[in-house]
Design a binder for this molecule. Structure first.
Ligand code: C2E
Ligand code: MG
Ligand code: MG
Length: 722
C-alpha cells in the first residue's frame, strides 16, 4: 500500500495553524479525473464514506472535462490518473498544474509505480496514491493533510503580502539583519533614508548601510543592532543621533531596534525602525525661539530676560561684580500709534530696537518686554557711571529722526537704572526698581535717565494706588468741575470760564489735578475722564443758558492723548449734539507743546475742530518752544499766557518783556490774549498798560462750584469770590 504526500516526507514543513486545526471539519470538494469507472467509484466511495463526511467528489473522465471543472472554481484538491483518453503522462500533470498552481494535486498510479509517483512529487505534485490503496482510509487522511497544508500556505502567503505592503507604506524606515548583523531587508522608506537599495544592501553589515554619528561630538555611535543581537533585548538609540546617508548628506534620526525570534524563541536576527526627526527638531528649536523672543523686533522677551538676569546675578555674586539694568519707555508712543496707525508704530519700534542694539556691547542684552518698554541688561558693569554713559548714548541715538512710511519721527525715551547689588539682589526687585526710576525720569520731564533711589519706591507705590483709585473714580462719580471766570480787565465783566477738574477721593480727600492728571495721562485713563469733562461742561453751560444766564465762552482742557486720538473730533461733535449746546459756547484749551509735537496733524485736527464751530485756545503759552511761524498758521482764537510769566511781572524784567511781546503778538495775529494766574493789583495795571484785555486769577475769583459760579454770574465779581 502506498500513500505518500510531500508533507509526510518532512513533517516540519507543515506550518502549525492552530486555527485550521481547531476549525470545525469543513467539506472539501475533490476533483477526480480518471477514465476507468470501477477505479473512480472505488476512490469516490472511499472518500465520501469517511467518518465525518468531510469530502464530496466530482468525477470527470477526461482531462478536458477536468480542466473545465477546475475553471468553475470551488475545488480544494485534484486526484488525477496520468493515463487519460485525451492526455497522458507528465503533460497531464503540467496542464493541470498550469491551470491551478495553488491547488494541491495528487497523482494516481499503478502498483509498483512508486518511481513514477516520486517523479511527479518532485515535479510539483503534493502526493501520490497507488491504485491498490484506493480503498484505504489513509487516502482520505493524506488528502486532508495536503488540503490543510495548502490552506496554511495560503494564509502565510497573504500574511507575508500584508506585511510587505504595510512596511512599504509606512514612513518609518525598517532594516532587518541576520544574526551576523548583515542586512537582509530594507523597506522603501529605509531605501530612501539610507540611499541603499534592498538588493545593494543585502549581505552588507548594518554599520555600512546605516552610519550613525553623535550630533555634538561627531563620534561614530555603535549601531544598536549589535547590542540587540548580543543581549537579545530591544534597544533605543541615544538622543542626538545623525544618520549619514550613502551620498554623505545627513538627517537627525530617532530609532529603536528589537530582536526577532523563531517559533522556539531562538533569536534569529534584529529589526531596526527609525525615522527622520530633522523637521521636528527644527520646529522644536523654532518654538523655543518664539517662546523667548519678541515677534516684532526679534529681541529677547521678558521670559528670556528673566533667565539671563537670573544667570547674570549668580555670576556677579560669584565674581563680586556689579550689573546694571536700564528700563526704557518711549515718551508719548501712544500718540504715534493713535495718530499714525499701528503699522507705523510697529516699524518705529523695530527701528528703536536697532538703535538700541547699536548702543550696547555684545555682552549686553536688549529686550522688549512689552508695548514700548525695553530693558537693557548690562551684565559686565564695572561702575555705575558706565550705565549712565550708555543711557546718554541711547537718548542721543533715539533722537536722530527715524524715517518711517514717509514720516520723520523723533522719539525720546525715559530711562530708569537699577544696579546689582545696591538696588536689589534678585531679578524681580531690580526690574521693579529700574521701572520706578523710569517713572521718576518721566516726571522729571521725560527724555532723561534717573538712577534708582530708595525713596522713589514710596512714590511709586503711591502712584500705583492713585491709579487704581482713579479707575474707580468715574464709576463712583467722584469727579466734579469747578469754573474759574475769565474777566475783562476794562470793566471786570465775566467773559467766560475755565472748567477745571476736581476729584473728591473718599480715601484722600480733595485731589488737585496736578496730582492725578499726569497719572491719568500715563495710564490712558485721561481719555475716558476727558470725555466726561467735555460732556459735563457742555451740559452745565446749556443749563446756564436755559436759566437765562450768560457764562460767556466755557473752556475745557484737552490733554495730548485725547487730542491725538482719531475719534477726538467726533467725540466733541457728539457731546455738543447730545447736550444741544451751541458750539460757539465752547472753547478747547490745548497746550503749546502738544500742538508743536506733530505740526502737520495738529493743523488738520484744529481745522476740523474749527469746522465744528468751537474755538481754540493755546494753554500755558510761553512754556513750550513754539515756532511763531507755525503758530500763525494754526487757527487759534486765544493765547493764554502761562502763570509763571505773570507771576514774574514786576520781579523779572525779562519775563515782563516776554509778556509784553506775547500781548503784542496776539494783537498782531488778531488773537485774544488772556493772562493766567493774576493775583495782584499791580499785575493788572501792567497788563492794562500793555493792552491785554482779559485775565484769569485768584484776584478776581478762585475756581467755583457750578452753583457758586451761577451766583457770580447773577451778582458780578465781588470780593466774596476771591
Ligand atoms: P491750567 O489749564 O493752566 O489751569 C489753570 C490752573 O491755574 C488751575 O489749576 C487754576 O486753579 C490755577 N490758577 C488760576 N488762577 C490762579 C492764580 O491766581 N494763582 C494760582 N496760584 N493758580 C491759579 P488747577 O485747577 O489745579 O489745574 C491745574 C492743571 O490741571 C490745569 O492747568 C490743567 O492743565 C490741568 N487740568 C485741570 N482740569 C483738567 C481737565 O479737565 N482735563 C485736563 N486734561 N487737564 C485738566
Ligand atoms: Mg487750562
Ligand atoms: Mg494754563
Amino acid at each position: 500500500m502506498t500513500v505518500a504526500t510531500a508533507a509526510m516526507d518532512d513533517p516540519s514543513k507543515l506550518p502549525k495553524f492552530r486555527d485550521v486545526e481547531k476549525a470545525p471539519p469543513t467539506v472539501n470538494t475533490v476533483l477526480i479525473i480518471i477514465a476507468d469507472a470501477i477505479d473512480a467509484k472505488a476512490l469516490c466511495s472511499t472518500l465520501e464514506e469517511t467518518k465525518n463526511g468531510s469530502f464530496v467528489t466530482d468525477w470527470k473522465t477526461t482531462l478536458a472535462a477536468g480542466l473545465q471543472r477546475l475553471e468553475q472554481g470551488g475545488i480544494d484538491a485534484v486526484m488525477v490518473d496520468l493515463s487519460l483518453p485525451d492526455c497522458s503522462g507528465m503533460e497531464t500533470f503540467d496542464r493541470l498544474f498550469a491551470a491551478a498552481p495553488r491547488t494541491p494535486i495528487m497523482t494516481l498510479c499503478l502498483l509498483d509505480e512508486d518511481a513514477a509517483g516520486v517523479e511527479m512529487v518532485e515535479h510539483g505534485a503534493w502526493g501520490y496514491v497507488a491504485k491498490a490503496s484506493y480503498a484505504s482510509y489513509l487516502v482520505a487522511q493524506s488528502l486532508r493533510n495536503i488540503i490543510q497544508r495548502s490552506v496554511a500556505e495560503e494564509a502565510v502567503f497573504i500574511e507575508k503580502a500584508r506585511a510587505e505592503i504595510t512596511l512599504n507604506s509606512i514612513s518609518d524606515a525598517v532594516i532587518g539583519t541576520d544574526m551576523a548583523g548583515k542586512v537582509d531587508y530594507l523597506n522603501i522608506a529605509a531605501e530612501g533614508m539610507t540611499g541603499w537599495t534592498r538588493e545593494e544592501a543585502k549581505g552588507r553589515s548594518v554599520e555600512e548601510v546605516m552610519r550613525i554619528v553623535d550630533a555634538a561630538t561627531r563620534q561614530v555611535i555603535p549601531n544598536p543592532v549589535e547590542r540587540v543581537l548580543k543581549e537579545d533585548a530591544p534597544m533605543g538609540l541615544a538622543p542626538g543621533a545623525i544618520l549619514i546617508r550613502r551620498d554623505g548628506s545627513e538627517a537627525a534620526i530617532e530609532d529603536s531596534a528589537a530582536p526577532i525570534h523563531d517559533s522556539r524563541g531562538r533569536i534569529k536576527g534584529a529589526v531596526m525602525v527609525f525615522h527622520d526627526v530633522t523637521a521636528a527638531q527644527a520646529m522644536v528649536l523654532k518654538m523655543a525661539h518664539l517662546a523667548q523672543h519678541d515677534f516684532l523686533t526679534n529681541l529677547p522677551n521678558r521670559v528670556l530676560l528673566s533667565d539671563r538676569l537670573a544667570q547674570a546675578i549668580i555670576l556677579a555674586e560669584r565674581r563680586g561684580t556689579q550689573l546694571a539694568l536700564l528700563f526704557l519707555d518711549l515718551d508719548h508712543f501712544k500718540y504715534i500709534n493713535d495718530s499714525l496707525g499701528h503699522e507705523t508704530g510697529d516699524k518705529l519700534l523695530q527701528s528703536v530696537a536697532q538703535s538700541l542694539i547699536g548702543c550696547v556691547r555684545r555682552s549686553d542684552t536688549v529686550c522688549r518686554i512689552g508695548g514700548d518698554e525695553f530693558v537693557v541688561l548690562m551684565a559686565e558693569e564695572g561702575r555705575a557711571e558706565d550705565a549712565a554713559i550708555t543711557a546718554d548714548k541711547i537718548i542721543l541715538a533715539l533722537s536722530t529722526p527715524h524715517t518711517i512710511n514717509g514720516h520723520e519721527l523723533i522719539v525720546t525715551a525715559s530711562i530708569g537704572i537699577s544696579a546689582y547689588p545696591g538696588d536689589g539682589r534678585d531679578a524681580e526687585t531690580l526690574l521693579k526698581n529700574a521701572d520706578t526710576a523710569m517713572y521718576q525720569a518721566k516726571e522729571r520731564g521725560r527724555g532723561n535717565f534717573q538712577f534708582y533711589k530708595a525713596e522713589m519706591n514710596a512714590r511709586a507705590v503711591e502712584r500705583q494706588a492713585i491709579e487704581s483709585d482713579l479707575r474707580r473714580a468715574l464709576l463712583r462719580q467722584e469727579f466734579s468741575l469747578h469754573y474759574q471766570p475769565l474777566v475783562s480787565l476794562a470793566n471786570r465783566r465775566i467773559t467766560g470760564a475755565e472748567a477745571l477738574l476736581r476729584w473728591e477721593s473718599p480715601s484722600r480727600g480733595e485731589m488737585a489735578p496736578g496730582m492725578f492728571v499726569p497719572i491719568a495721562e500715563d495710564s490712558g485713563l485721561i481719555v475716558a475722564i476727558g470725555r466726561w469733562v467735555l460732556r459735563e461742561a457742555c451740559a452745565q453751560t446749556k443749563k446756564w443758558h436755559d436759566l437765562g444766564l450768560d457764562p460767556g465762552i466755557v473752556s475745557v482742557n484737552v490733554s495730548a492723548l485725547e487730542f491725538r486720538r482719531k475719534d477726538f473730533v467726533d467725540s466733541v461733535r457728539l457731546a455738543l449734539l447730545d447736550t444741544g449746546l451751541w458750539p460757539g459756547a465752547i472753547q478747547l484749551e490745548i497746550t503749546e507743546s502738544v500742538l508743536m509735537n506733530d505740526v502737520e496733524s495738529s493743523t488738520r485736527i484744529l481745522g476740523e475742530l474749527k469746522g465744528l464751530g468751537v474755538s481754540i485756545a493755546v494753554d500755558d503759552f510761553g512754556t513750550g518752544y513754539s515756532s511763531l511761524s507755525y503758530l500763525s498758521k494754526f487757527p487759534i482764537d486765544v493765547l493764554k499766557i502761562d502763570r509763571s510769566f505773570i507771576n514774574a511781572v514786576g520781579n523779572s524784567e525779562s519775563d515782563s518783556i516776554i509778556v509784553s511781546a506775547v500781548i503784542a503778538m496776539g494783537a498782531n495775529l488778531k488773537q485774544r490774549v488772556v493772562a493766567e494766574g493774576v493775583e495782584e493789583v499791580g499785575q493788572v495795571a501792567f497788563l492794562k498798560a500793555e493792552c491785554c484785555e482779559e485775565a484769569q486769577g485768584f484776584l478776581f475769583s478762585r475756581p467755583l462750584t457750578s452753583d457758586r459760579f451761577a451766583a457770580l454770574l447773577r451778582s458780578g465779581i465781588t470780593d466774596e469770590f476771591m
